[in-house]
Design a protein around this ligand. Structure first.
Ligand code: OKP
Ligand code: ZN
Length: 344
Protein backbone atom coordinates (compact mmCIF):
# COMPACT_ATOMS: atom_id res chain seq x y z
CA UNK A 1 0.00 0.00 0.00
CA UNK A 2 1.17 3.51 -0.78
CA UNK A 3 1.00 6.35 1.73
CA UNK A 4 1.31 10.01 0.84
CA UNK A 5 2.66 12.33 3.53
CA UNK A 6 3.99 15.87 3.73
CA UNK A 7 5.71 17.39 6.73
CA UNK A 8 4.03 20.70 5.83
CA UNK A 9 1.25 19.69 8.23
CA UNK A 10 3.56 20.78 11.08
CA UNK A 11 2.95 24.39 10.12
CA UNK A 12 -0.55 24.16 11.53
CA UNK A 13 -0.11 24.08 15.27
CA UNK A 14 -2.75 25.94 17.23
CA UNK A 15 -2.19 26.83 20.86
CA UNK A 16 -5.65 26.81 22.40
CA UNK A 17 -9.26 25.87 21.63
CA UNK A 18 -12.43 26.78 23.45
CA UNK A 19 -13.99 23.64 24.83
CA UNK A 20 -17.11 23.75 27.00
CA UNK A 21 -16.34 27.20 28.29
CA UNK A 22 -12.60 26.82 28.83
CA UNK A 23 -9.54 27.52 26.74
CA UNK A 24 -7.60 24.26 26.65
CA UNK A 25 -4.50 23.15 24.69
CA UNK A 26 -5.34 22.15 21.12
CA UNK A 27 -6.22 18.48 20.84
CA UNK A 28 -5.50 18.34 17.11
CA UNK A 29 -1.68 18.60 17.09
CA UNK A 30 1.25 17.85 14.76
CA UNK A 31 2.24 14.92 17.00
CA UNK A 32 -0.80 13.05 15.69
CA UNK A 33 0.49 12.77 12.14
CA UNK A 34 4.00 12.06 13.43
CA UNK A 35 2.63 9.15 15.47
CA UNK A 36 0.86 7.70 12.44
CA UNK A 37 3.94 8.16 10.27
CA UNK A 38 6.12 6.40 12.83
CA UNK A 39 3.77 3.44 13.17
CA UNK A 40 3.40 3.09 9.39
CA UNK A 41 7.16 3.17 8.94
CA UNK A 42 7.69 0.58 11.64
CA UNK A 43 4.98 -1.67 10.20
CA UNK A 44 6.57 -1.66 6.76
CA UNK A 45 3.22 -1.32 5.07
CA UNK A 46 4.65 0.01 1.84
CA UNK A 47 6.22 3.14 0.38
CA UNK A 48 5.63 6.51 2.01
CA UNK A 49 6.00 9.24 -0.58
CA UNK A 50 5.77 13.02 -0.76
CA UNK A 51 2.86 14.62 -2.59
CA UNK A 52 3.25 15.59 -6.24
CA UNK A 53 3.07 19.24 -7.11
CA UNK A 54 -0.60 18.79 -8.07
CA UNK A 55 -2.75 21.81 -8.91
CA UNK A 56 -5.39 22.55 -6.32
CA UNK A 57 -7.73 24.65 -8.44
CA UNK A 58 -10.34 21.99 -7.62
CA UNK A 59 -10.62 23.68 -4.21
CA UNK A 60 -12.69 26.37 -5.93
CA UNK A 61 -15.17 23.70 -7.07
CA UNK A 62 -15.61 22.39 -3.52
CA UNK A 63 -15.41 25.55 -1.41
CA UNK A 64 -16.65 29.08 -2.14
CA UNK A 65 -14.07 31.55 -3.41
CA UNK A 66 -14.94 34.15 -0.77
CA UNK A 67 -14.27 31.54 1.90
CA UNK A 68 -10.95 30.57 0.30
CA UNK A 69 -9.89 34.20 0.09
CA UNK A 70 -10.81 34.72 3.74
CA UNK A 71 -8.74 31.72 4.87
CA UNK A 72 -5.77 32.75 2.77
CA UNK A 73 -5.63 36.24 4.28
CA UNK A 74 -7.19 35.87 7.75
CA UNK A 75 -4.02 35.28 9.74
CA UNK A 76 -2.14 38.20 8.20
CA UNK A 77 -5.04 40.46 9.07
CA UNK A 78 -5.25 39.01 12.58
CA UNK A 79 -1.51 39.34 13.24
CA UNK A 80 -1.58 43.08 12.59
CA UNK A 81 -3.71 43.49 15.71
CA UNK A 82 -2.78 40.34 17.68
CA UNK A 83 0.91 39.52 17.18
CA UNK A 84 0.99 36.84 19.90
CA UNK A 85 -2.10 34.69 19.41
CA UNK A 86 -3.97 32.53 16.93
CA UNK A 87 -7.16 33.76 15.28
CA UNK A 88 -10.33 32.59 17.04
CA UNK A 89 -13.89 33.90 16.69
CA UNK A 90 -15.90 35.07 19.66
CA UNK A 91 -19.16 36.35 18.16
CA UNK A 92 -21.67 34.71 15.78
CA UNK A 93 -24.68 35.83 13.74
CA UNK A 94 -27.83 34.85 15.68
CA UNK A 95 -30.26 34.34 12.82
CA UNK A 96 -28.74 32.96 9.65
CA UNK A 97 -25.48 34.05 8.14
CA UNK A 98 -26.24 36.73 5.56
CA UNK A 99 -23.20 38.40 4.00
CA UNK A 100 -19.82 38.42 5.74
CA UNK A 101 -19.34 41.82 7.42
CA UNK A 102 -16.17 43.89 6.78
CA UNK A 103 -14.75 43.38 10.28
CA UNK A 104 -12.25 40.55 10.71
CA UNK A 105 -13.95 39.52 13.98
CA UNK A 106 -17.28 39.51 12.20
CA UNK A 107 -15.83 37.42 9.39
CA UNK A 108 -14.30 34.93 11.83
CA UNK A 109 -17.74 34.34 13.34
CA UNK A 110 -19.27 34.21 9.87
CA UNK A 111 -16.95 31.52 8.50
CA UNK A 112 -16.20 29.52 11.67
CA UNK A 113 -18.96 27.57 13.35
CA UNK A 114 -16.97 26.85 16.52
CA UNK A 115 -14.18 28.40 18.61
CA UNK A 116 -12.11 25.24 18.69
CA UNK A 117 -10.37 25.74 15.37
CA UNK A 118 -7.64 28.40 15.53
CA UNK A 119 -6.14 29.84 12.37
CA UNK A 120 -2.36 30.04 12.82
CA UNK A 121 0.53 31.44 10.78
CA UNK A 122 0.92 28.17 8.85
CA UNK A 123 -2.68 27.04 8.59
CA UNK A 124 -3.05 27.90 4.89
CA UNK A 125 0.21 26.13 4.01
CA UNK A 126 -0.66 23.04 6.01
CA UNK A 127 -4.26 22.84 4.84
CA UNK A 128 -3.34 23.24 1.16
CA UNK A 129 -0.62 20.60 1.64
CA UNK A 130 -3.26 18.24 3.05
CA UNK A 131 -5.26 18.72 -0.15
CA UNK A 132 -2.15 17.97 -2.25
CA UNK A 133 -1.48 14.87 -0.16
CA UNK A 134 -5.03 13.68 -0.74
CA UNK A 135 -5.05 14.38 -4.48
CA UNK A 136 -1.66 12.71 -4.87
CA UNK A 137 -2.92 9.62 -3.06
CA UNK A 138 -5.90 9.58 -5.42
CA UNK A 139 -3.51 9.58 -8.39
CA UNK A 140 -2.19 6.20 -7.26
CA UNK A 141 -5.72 4.84 -7.48
CA UNK A 142 -6.06 6.29 -10.97
CA UNK A 143 -2.85 4.44 -11.79
CA UNK A 144 -4.49 1.16 -10.77
CA UNK A 145 -3.65 0.77 -7.08
CA UNK A 146 -6.30 -0.99 -5.00
CA UNK A 147 -5.78 1.31 -2.01
CA UNK A 148 -3.91 4.41 -0.93
CA UNK A 149 -3.61 6.38 2.28
CA UNK A 150 -3.59 10.18 2.58
CA UNK A 151 -1.74 10.79 5.86
CA UNK A 152 -2.84 14.38 6.26
CA UNK A 153 -3.74 17.01 8.77
CA UNK A 154 -5.51 19.27 9.48
CA UNK A 155 -8.46 16.92 9.01
CA UNK A 156 -11.35 17.83 6.72
CA UNK A 157 -14.76 16.28 7.26
CA UNK A 158 -16.23 19.17 9.29
CA UNK A 159 -15.34 21.78 6.63
CA UNK A 160 -18.30 22.76 4.45
CA UNK A 161 -18.80 24.82 1.29
CA UNK A 162 -18.07 28.11 3.06
CA UNK A 163 -17.34 27.27 6.68
CA UNK A 164 -14.70 25.75 8.92
CA UNK A 165 -14.75 24.16 12.37
CA UNK A 166 -13.96 20.95 14.19
CA UNK A 167 -10.24 21.38 13.44
CA UNK A 168 -11.03 21.29 9.68
CA UNK A 169 -10.51 23.94 6.94
CA UNK A 170 -10.60 22.14 3.59
CA UNK A 171 -12.60 18.98 3.18
CA UNK A 172 -9.88 16.62 1.97
CA UNK A 173 -12.18 13.63 1.50
CA UNK A 174 -14.73 15.72 -0.41
CA UNK A 175 -12.00 17.13 -2.63
CA UNK A 176 -10.95 13.57 -3.45
CA UNK A 177 -14.53 12.53 -4.19
CA UNK A 178 -15.01 15.58 -6.41
CA UNK A 179 -11.77 14.94 -8.31
CA UNK A 180 -12.60 11.26 -8.74
CA UNK A 181 -16.08 12.18 -9.97
CA UNK A 182 -14.64 14.65 -12.46
CA UNK A 183 -12.42 11.82 -13.71
CA UNK A 184 -15.61 9.89 -14.51
CA UNK A 185 -16.00 7.65 -11.46
CA UNK A 186 -19.08 7.05 -9.34
CA UNK A 187 -17.90 7.61 -5.77
CA UNK A 188 -19.14 6.78 -2.28
CA UNK A 189 -17.80 8.34 0.92
CA UNK A 190 -17.86 6.32 4.13
CA UNK A 191 -17.09 8.35 7.24
CA UNK A 192 -16.10 6.25 10.26
CA UNK A 193 -14.82 9.09 12.41
CA UNK A 194 -16.53 9.29 15.82
CA UNK A 195 -17.95 12.71 14.93
CA UNK A 196 -20.51 13.34 12.22
CA UNK A 197 -18.95 14.57 8.98
CA UNK A 198 -21.19 17.59 8.67
CA UNK A 199 -19.03 19.35 6.08
CA UNK A 200 -19.07 16.34 3.79
CA UNK A 201 -22.81 15.99 4.24
CA UNK A 202 -23.44 19.63 3.33
CA UNK A 203 -21.13 19.54 0.31
CA UNK A 204 -23.01 16.69 -1.36
CA UNK A 205 -26.47 17.13 0.17
CA UNK A 206 -28.23 18.02 -3.08
CA UNK A 207 -26.27 15.63 -5.29
CA UNK A 208 -27.08 12.10 -6.39
CA UNK A 209 -23.68 11.37 -7.93
CA UNK A 210 -21.80 11.00 -4.63
CA UNK A 211 -23.18 8.81 -1.85
CA UNK A 212 -22.34 10.00 1.68
CA UNK A 213 -22.63 7.71 4.70
CA UNK A 214 -21.51 8.56 8.22
CA UNK A 215 -21.43 6.42 11.37
CA UNK A 216 -20.97 8.61 14.42
CA UNK A 217 -22.00 9.55 17.95
CA UNK A 218 -25.59 10.78 18.16
CA UNK A 219 -25.66 14.57 17.69
CA UNK A 220 -28.41 14.67 20.34
CA UNK A 221 -25.55 14.37 22.85
CA UNK A 222 -22.36 14.93 20.88
CA UNK A 223 -20.55 17.48 18.72
CA UNK A 224 -21.36 18.76 16.07
CA UNK A 225 -24.93 18.80 17.57
CA UNK A 226 -26.70 20.50 14.64
CA UNK A 227 -26.14 17.85 11.97
CA UNK A 228 -25.94 14.08 11.79
CA UNK A 229 -29.46 12.93 12.70
CA UNK A 230 -30.89 9.86 11.01
CA UNK A 231 -33.62 11.87 9.24
CA UNK A 232 -31.10 13.97 7.26
CA UNK A 233 -31.35 12.06 4.00
CA UNK A 234 -30.39 14.60 1.35
CA UNK A 235 -32.46 17.16 -0.55
CA UNK A 236 -33.79 17.61 -4.08
CA UNK A 237 -31.88 15.32 -6.44
CA UNK A 238 -29.71 14.31 -3.48
CA UNK A 239 -32.65 12.83 -1.57
CA UNK A 240 -31.72 9.30 -0.49
CA UNK A 241 -28.01 9.80 -1.15
CA UNK A 242 -27.08 10.88 2.38
CA UNK A 243 -27.27 8.43 5.27
CA UNK A 244 -26.55 9.07 8.93
CA UNK A 245 -26.14 6.20 11.37
CA UNK A 246 -25.98 7.85 14.81
CA UNK A 247 -25.04 5.65 17.77
CA UNK A 248 -25.23 6.32 21.51
CA UNK A 249 -22.30 7.08 23.79
CA UNK A 250 -20.70 3.87 24.99
CA UNK A 251 -21.21 1.98 21.72
CA UNK A 252 -18.80 -0.94 21.42
CA UNK A 253 -18.00 -3.26 18.54
CA UNK A 254 -21.31 -5.15 18.59
CA UNK A 255 -23.39 -2.04 18.06
CA UNK A 256 -20.82 -0.50 15.77
CA UNK A 257 -20.64 -3.59 13.59
CA UNK A 258 -24.41 -3.53 12.99
CA UNK A 259 -24.23 0.07 11.78
CA UNK A 260 -21.17 -0.75 9.68
CA UNK A 261 -22.97 -3.66 8.01
CA UNK A 262 -25.85 -1.33 7.13
CA UNK A 263 -23.42 1.25 5.79
CA UNK A 264 -21.61 -1.35 3.69
CA UNK A 265 -24.91 -2.61 2.23
CA UNK A 266 -25.85 0.94 1.28
CA UNK A 267 -22.48 1.47 -0.39
CA UNK A 268 -22.74 -1.82 -2.28
CA UNK A 269 -26.28 -0.99 -3.47
CA UNK A 270 -25.00 2.32 -4.89
CA UNK A 271 -22.57 0.34 -7.08
CA UNK A 272 -19.73 2.86 -6.94
CA UNK A 273 -16.46 2.65 -8.85
CA UNK A 274 -14.50 3.94 -5.89
CA UNK A 275 -14.69 4.52 -2.15
CA UNK A 276 -13.30 7.35 -0.04
CA UNK A 277 -13.02 6.47 3.65
CA UNK A 278 -12.89 9.32 6.14
CA UNK A 279 -10.75 7.42 8.61
CA UNK A 280 -11.14 8.70 12.15
CA UNK A 281 -9.69 6.61 14.96
CA UNK A 282 -11.47 8.49 17.73
CA UNK A 283 -13.98 5.65 18.13
CA UNK A 284 -11.40 4.13 20.50
CA UNK A 285 -12.53 3.67 24.10
CA UNK A 286 -9.64 5.73 25.50
CA UNK A 287 -9.94 8.63 23.08
CA UNK A 288 -9.70 11.81 25.18
CA UNK A 289 -12.57 13.67 23.45
CA UNK A 290 -14.90 10.83 22.47
CA UNK A 291 -17.19 8.29 24.12
CA UNK A 292 -17.41 5.10 22.07
CA UNK A 293 -15.90 1.86 23.34
CA UNK A 294 -14.00 0.23 20.48
CA UNK A 295 -10.90 -1.73 21.48
CA UNK A 296 -7.61 -2.30 19.69
CA UNK A 297 -8.88 -5.69 18.50
CA UNK A 298 -11.71 -4.03 16.60
CA UNK A 299 -9.66 -2.01 14.11
CA UNK A 300 -8.47 -5.02 12.08
CA UNK A 301 -12.13 -6.07 11.85
CA UNK A 302 -13.02 -2.61 10.58
CA UNK A 303 -10.39 -2.72 7.86
CA UNK A 304 -11.37 -6.21 6.80
CA UNK A 305 -15.07 -5.35 6.67
CA UNK A 306 -14.45 -2.33 4.44
CA UNK A 307 -12.30 -4.45 2.14
CA UNK A 308 -15.18 -6.85 1.49
CA UNK A 309 -16.72 -4.12 -0.69
CA UNK A 310 -13.98 -4.92 -3.15
CA UNK A 311 -13.57 -1.32 -4.28
CA UNK A 312 -10.57 0.86 -5.07
CA UNK A 313 -10.33 2.71 -1.78
CA UNK A 314 -8.77 5.96 -0.70
CA UNK A 315 -8.28 6.31 3.05
CA UNK A 316 -8.09 9.89 4.29
CA UNK A 317 -7.04 10.56 7.87
CA UNK A 318 -9.56 12.47 9.97
CA UNK A 319 -9.64 12.41 13.81
CA UNK A 320 -8.14 10.22 16.54
CA UNK A 321 -6.53 11.82 19.57
CA UNK A 322 -5.17 9.02 21.76
CA UNK A 323 -1.57 9.50 20.73
CA UNK A 324 -0.24 6.29 22.25
CA UNK A 325 -2.47 4.09 20.05
CA UNK A 326 -3.39 6.29 17.07
CA UNK A 327 -0.61 4.97 14.84
CA UNK A 328 -1.20 1.37 15.85
CA UNK A 329 -4.92 1.56 15.10
CA UNK A 330 -4.38 3.29 11.76
CA UNK A 331 -1.96 0.56 10.76
CA UNK A 332 -4.41 -2.09 11.97
CA UNK A 333 -7.18 -0.81 9.67
CA UNK A 334 -4.93 -0.39 6.65
CA UNK A 335 -3.07 -3.68 7.07
CA UNK A 336 -6.17 -5.77 7.52
CA UNK A 337 -7.78 -4.04 4.52
CA UNK A 338 -4.67 -4.83 2.45
CA UNK A 339 -4.61 -8.47 3.56
CA UNK A 340 -8.31 -8.97 2.88
CA UNK A 341 -8.03 -7.17 -0.47
CA UNK A 342 -5.20 -9.48 -1.49
CA UNK A 343 -7.46 -12.53 -1.08
CA UNK A 344 -10.49 -11.13 -2.92
C1 OKP B 1 -12.80 16.65 14.91
B1 OKP B 1 -12.80 15.27 14.23
C2 OKP B 1 -12.91 18.90 22.44
C3 OKP B 1 -14.22 19.59 22.15
C4 OKP B 1 -14.81 19.13 20.88
C5 OKP B 1 -14.63 19.51 18.49
C6 OKP B 1 -14.30 18.13 18.08
C7 OKP B 1 -13.84 18.08 16.66
C8 OKP B 1 -13.51 16.70 16.21
N1 OKP B 1 -11.95 19.74 23.08
N2 OKP B 1 -14.22 19.86 19.81
O1 OKP B 1 -14.06 14.84 13.79
O2 OKP B 1 -12.16 14.25 14.98
ZN1 ZN C 1 -13.70 12.99 15.17
Amino acid sequence: MITVYSEAHQQHHGAAELDRGRLVPCVEQPARAEAVLQALTAANLGPIVSPDDVPIDILARVHEVGYLHFLKTAFTRWRQVHPDSDALPYCWPPSGRGHPPPSLYGQLGHYAYDAGTPITAGTWEAATAAVRVTLSALRHLHAGARMAFALCRPPGHHAGPDYYGGYCFFNNAAVAAQAWTEAGARVAILDVDYHHGNGTQDLFYRRDDVLVISIHADPAEEYPFYWGHADERGEGPGRGYNHNLPLPWGTGWTGYREALDQALSLVAAFKPDGLVVSLGLDTYAQDPIARFALTSDDYPLLGRAIATLNLPTLFVLEGGYHLATLGHHTVAVLRSFALQAATS
